[in-house]
Design a protein around this ligand. Structure first.
Ligand code: GDP
Ligand code: ZN
Length: 332
């Protein structure tokens, strides 16, 4: 497998060049186990541990590597293990701060797009969708709403219309994961080897859609889970799955229940780079859409900034000014 097919590009090349790369090679963390990480390198895969220096300098648990992180690896010399020496600055981070846990926990890093899944039955809940949208945007990823089980709905158009009223500018795709036909509307989000995560309530079809998008039975669906409580093919590990056609899907058990996500208002800020740019916008109240002298759009035009992240930033900035309520208050 090439590192490019895992999302390595000019942005990461630059980030890697900034650190002291002496003798280090780039890779991406594809699985997290209790004592080690699985890291994909150009054309190879290996197990690695964090270096002692990295563990000593990490201020929080979320500073340590997690699935999706691009990292700098030192290959094993002699009998010692290969080590992760640095984590490249993340472009997005899903972080959980579970009640009772003192430390925020990284669920997944560098997700480009999140499919927020719903179904046109009892699961459809507009206030919850709105909350999911805010959480996804504040992670730095771009949201897409997927209305699954379209085969069961008589009124898909009416449903997508209702969703569109609360999700202006967000792509909404009505699909049927069980039909097993390729879904070009969703596959396009993997273009450029992007990384996607699926979230939504249990039973909405996340495993079914993951398997369809990967072209293999990587995740046990509910039927299989019911027959085999030990979850034979279920990965309870955090894992990044690669698609044959490029791009990847990250699935981590804790990530599916979006309510648990930690919002950047509580400390983390995934938009630091864009904030620095926005300070240079001509207007201090710039909406970063089409205003003259917008430094954020200029960076997109130059190819220095992903358009999806710029849109997410503009959307979060708008929500924050409109409501200026701590995001914490929106939790269940
Ligand atoms: P998860 O809990 O979100 O991973 O949901 P699963 O993928 O396990 O799916 C839950 C149930 O919904 C299973 O019985 C699937 O076969 C079914 N399902 C998934 N997608 C569709 C769909 O597009 N249409 C219909 N009718 N059923 C679906
Ligand atoms: Zn601007």
């Amino acid at each position: 497998m090439t590192l490019d097919s895992l999302g390595w590009n000019g942005h990461w090349q630059k980030a890697f060049a900034v650190i002291d790369v002496d003798g280090l090679i780039p890779g991406r963390v594809i699985a997290e186990h209790r004592s080690h990480f699985r890291v994909a390198l150009e054309g190879a895969e290996l197990s690695a541990r964090t270096s002692g220096r990295m563990r000593n300098t990490a201020k929080e648990r979320s500073d340590l590597p997690g699935v999706g992180d691009f990292v700098a690896v030192r290959l094993a010399a002699g009998d010692g293990p290969s080590t992760i020496e640095a984590v490249l600055p993340r472009i997005s981070a899903l972080i959980r701060k579970a009640s009772g846990e003192s430390q925020p926990q990284l669920l997944a890093a560098n997700i480009d797009v999140v499919f927020i899944m719903t179904a046109p039955d009892a699961d459809l809940n507009l206030p919850r969708l709105e909350r999911y949208l805010t959480l996804v945007r504040s992670s730095g990823a771009t949201p897409v709403i997927v209305v699954n089980k379209a085969d069961l709905a008589h009124d898909s158009i009416e449903i997508t219309g209702r969703i569109a009223s609360i999700a202006v500018g967000v792509p909404i795709c009505a699909v049927s994961a069980r039909c097993r036909d390729p879904i070009p509307d969703l596959e396009q989000f993997f273009d450029g080897n992007r990384t996607v995560a699926l979230v939504g309530s249990s039973g909405v079809g996340k495993s079914t859609l993951t398997n369809l998008l990967l072209g293999r039975a990587a995740q046990a669906t509910q039927e299989v889970r019911a027959h085999d409580s030990r979850g034979r093919h279920t990965t309870t590990h955090r894992q990044l799955f690669t698609r044959p056609g490029g791009g990847s899907i990250i699935d981590t058990p804790g990530m599916r229940a979006l309510e648990a996500w930690h919002s950047p208002a509580e400390g983390e800020n995934s938009f630091k780079d864009i904030e620095a740019l926005s300070a240079q916008c001509k207007f201090s109240d710039c909406g970063h859409k089409s205003e003259p002298g917008c430094a954020v759009r200029a960076a997109v035009d130059r190819g220095d900034l992903d358009a999806g992240r710029a849109d997410s930033y503009a959307a979060v900035a708008r929500i924050e000014t409109e409501r200026s309520v701590p995001q914490r208050a929106w939790r269940d």
